[in-house]
Unconditional design. Sequence first.
Length: 602
Amino acid sequence: MILLCIYIECPVLTQKQSLNDDIAFIEAQSQGLQVQTANQRLLQHELQQLVDTISITSDQLEPLRRAPIGKINGLKDIESSLVLLYKALITIDPSFVTGSRSDGALSKITSSSGFGNSELATMQALQEKRDRYLGEGAMFLDRLKKHMDITFGAAFMTTRDALTNIDQGSMPSLKKNVEAHDAGRNELWMLSPVMLFAKEIDRNSWDSLLRMYQTQAAKLYQEEVRDNILTWRKFARKPTGEEQDLLFTAQEKEPESFTGTARKLTVKRSQTLARGLRSASGDKETKANKAQDGKLYAFDVFSRILEDTGPVLLTEQNFITEFFHATSTEAIDFTDAVQEAMPEARRGPNLWIRKQFEADRAMAKHVTGVMEEIFSFWPTEIQSLVDWAVQADPLQGVGILGAVDRKLVDIEDTNQDFLTRNLQKIHERLKGLFNRFLDEQIRAIEDTKVKIKKRKGVIAFMKTFPHFSAAIENMLPSTSNGGDQLEVRRMVNDAYQRMNKAMFESLKVIAKESPTVTASQGQGDPEDKEALNYHILLIENMNHYMEEVDARDEMVLETWKAKAHDEYAEHMNLYVDAVIRRPLGKLLVSQYPFRIQLLYVC
């Protein structure tokens, strides 16, 4: 009986298991059908969105043909139509923005819903829509170019009116001019998103808009900057002739005549000139007074012109970069730019901020080309200013080099390629002029040992160097103020090294060849007399060097002052030793040899 029950239950269990499997299979099939249905619905929805995106009616595009671009409401309607057009074009072909956007932004577009390089993109219907939309965009951009030609002119008229109302005060300045330009730019910012549309969809139209702007901007900037340079030059002190007293080559131009005698009698005035240079560059309290007296040195005039022009170039390039979206670092597309703010609320960013180095060198070159067109006059003007400054006084080139170096350090690693390139050209030219000037000064020092007639007292180049070095140091910032970071400091230190070496070597040659005493006199010991004169000449000159040279914590000058001290100490000891031995030694030693030797030792 038990066995029979077991036999009967087993088929029932088997059927139940099979039924469960069937149910699980049916449920799995149902879930799969649900997922498939959901995917189909999602795909249908996306396809419908794509169709809706690329399907734009004539009414939706009508604002592109008729809406006034310069009116707020008209611009809103235009931007709404452009957004539809933009989305349709990049949906059909995302390559429209290739090269005008960063890789990250482009990948975002191509990864979104769109036909891209699929087979659907080659459909005749899509190609027809693409051509139609491009035609609509081209028609609008033609309207935009005509409108912007007038709008740019109106913006610069606003700037001119603002410039006439500026009170420059006692000193010329272009900083207030930047505010006047901002007044004109305020009328343009609401059109900035449209510039981005032109850049991404039609690069040729974007270039045309840039050329329109640069043509009108160049006229105004040329007047402003040239007037500023001419005004600053009126504050420059006139050459007095004393500048030559600071140069070693002045010795070659001083014949024994009334003119030469007068120049020698006024050599102390070079120290006054050096003090004046100190006031012009290092003494902040007297800077304003010197400027009001109209006695700015040429290097200081150049420095102030550079300080004035720098912000103008900076803000103008930043405006071009921001308004025309001429950068590869921008992470937004046209749709985002439109949605950031309403047209009436759009304002420009802070144009005084230094932007980082532009990684896209093609775009950087393009912006530099625009700046070169706007400020095409500036390289010639600034070069003429350099020639004017160094013509009367070559030493002014050192101060100009310092001003250029400071500006180059200030704009290092920024996107100011135009300013950097032109300053580097000036820097290279001034370096060549300085090297030739240095060679002339060293040659004049070395020629002294041949041409000098009066071989006693402080030699002319030893008198000149303290004033020469003081004038240079007064034009450069001190080491504590960042002067050690400038290339001109290295150049000047190398010059000090070469000049001092030539001076010390020439001095020893002059001392050895002193004709004060000759052997033909036949009296006394001529070798001893020549040795004394040798020591005396070195002692006088080394003492003058130690007393007059102001090292200003510069290591090169400190090193040579230490060498001068060592030379002074050495020859003073030798001189004292010779003085004690010559007049007393022979007389006393011959009579009391043992006593005088003991006395001398004591």
